[in-house]
Design a binder for this molecule. Structure first.
Ligand SMILES: C[S@@+](CC[C@H](N)C(=O)[O-])C[C@H]1O[C@@H](n2cnc3c(N)ncnc32)[C@H](O)[C@@H]1O
Length: 285
């Protein structure tokens, strides 16, 4: 057996030196800043995401890159952006939107029609598929009825820590493949022939950068929050703290939707009734 065969294939093929200590340093920065856990087993993923940045900076090792990001905050942010996982899709876990439309939308749309305000938050929205899905599902395919509601005091906040995905979200332009999970009638109503989401939807959503671990500038409470498939990257104390903050930012009677593999911590769960698959109605302040 040759030495090359004995080495793990991934390590043998690496363009840049990448020591376990480099992985640990990167994992520490990512955990401290974003709360995302990157255990040793993720070292190939970390290398794969960081190597293009090392190359773009004209460096020859990950340790040299780490020295650069100590001084260069913009590059540090580019690395953090590269290390977020942004997988999402239109109508992902569609049961949440069905629940919202049945449980919440009759009251909320009535409230809008009579001049009241409705506030929704897609927290960790990635490239926008989640908030656009949510609005399309709520507004349906009666365009003129939808336009009347959109003229009311309806705002959807959609936040993510990654600036690159927010750029895609704001542009609202997707590939035909990405749009294939949008039901045909909704697609005909809300997506142009050039595969751009309708301006009325884009304008109803405020896409903003926000680190869920940092300060939140929002003052008022939300009628419903989607915070899906981001807590899976966090440890238990981070999840529990985030969930308590989400609960504080939700109206009593409001809904919190979380990802299919996520659970509420026991203290936070006591403030909610579980009313569907990972669908929680806030019943206690
Ligand atoms: C897997 S995507 C989930 C997108 C969408 N919610 C869904 O379920 O399809 C996770 C998103 O969380 C974002 N994220 C990771 N850590 C974050 C943090 N600390 N604050 C805000 N967003 C974060 C990532 O940038 C990424 O876009």
């Amino acid at each position: 057996m040759t030495l090359a065969i004995a080495l793990p294939v991934s390590a043998a093929k690496r363009e840049f030196d990448f020591a376990p200590a480099d992985h640990q340093k990167i994992a520490r920065i990512v955990y401290d800043t974003l709360g995302i856990l990157l255990p040793e087993g993720k070292s190939q993923l970390v290398y794969g995401r960081v190597a293009p940045r090392v190359r773009a900076c004209g460096l020859t090792s990950v340790s040299a890159y780490l020295a650069v990001i100590e001084q260069d905050e913009d590059e540090r942010n580019r690395m953090l952006d590269a290390l977020t996982t942004n997988h999402t899709s239109f109508f992902r876990e569609a049961h949440h939107f069905e629940d919202f439309v049945e449980r919440m939308w009759p009251t909320l749309s009535q409230r809008l029609a009579s001049g009241g305000r409705v506030r929704l938050w897609s927290a960790a929205c990635s490239s926008g598929e989640e908030p656009y899905t949510w609005l399309m599902a709520a507004l349906g395919h009666d365009r003129s009825a939808a336009q009347r509601l959109l003229k009311g005091d309806l705002r959807m906040l959609a936040t993510d820590v990654s600036p690159s995905v927010l750029e895609t979200a704001r542009a609202g332009r997707y590939s035909a493949d990405t749009l294939r999970t949008v039901p045909a009638k909704l697609r005909a109503t809300w997506v142009s022939d050039r595969l751009v989401v309708d301006q009325a939807l884009r304008e109803a959503i405020s896409f903003r950068p926000l680190n869920l671990l940092g300060p939140w500038p929002m003052k008022g409470r939300f009628d419903a929050i989607c915070c899906r498939n981001v807590m899976i990257y966090f440890d238990e104390p981070t999840k529990a703290k985030l969930q308590a903050r989400l609960a504080d930012h939700l109206e009593t009677g409001g809904m919190l939707y979380i990802g299919h593999s996520e659970r509420l911590s026991p203290e936070v769960a006591a403030r909610f009734d579980c009313v569907g698959r990972t669908a929680y109605l806030k019943v206690r302040a």
